[in-house]
Write a new protein. Structure first.
Length: 46
């Protein structure tokens, strides 16, 4: 997991962190151009 940072998203300001595979270091990649902003990100809610 990368460092925590504040980012403005469509639903408001959120604290987020980029995540990646601990074995190979790669992020998930999007196949559609309009979904590229989601690469390497997951939403976890409590």
């Amino acid at each position: 997991m990368g460092p925590l940072e504040e980012r403005m998203m469509l639903s408001g300001m959120h604290t987020v962190a980029n995540i990646f595979c601990c074995c190979c270091g790669q992020n998930e990649s999007a196949h559609e151009k309009d979904q590229k902003y989601k690469e390497g990100k997951f939403v976890l809610e409590r």
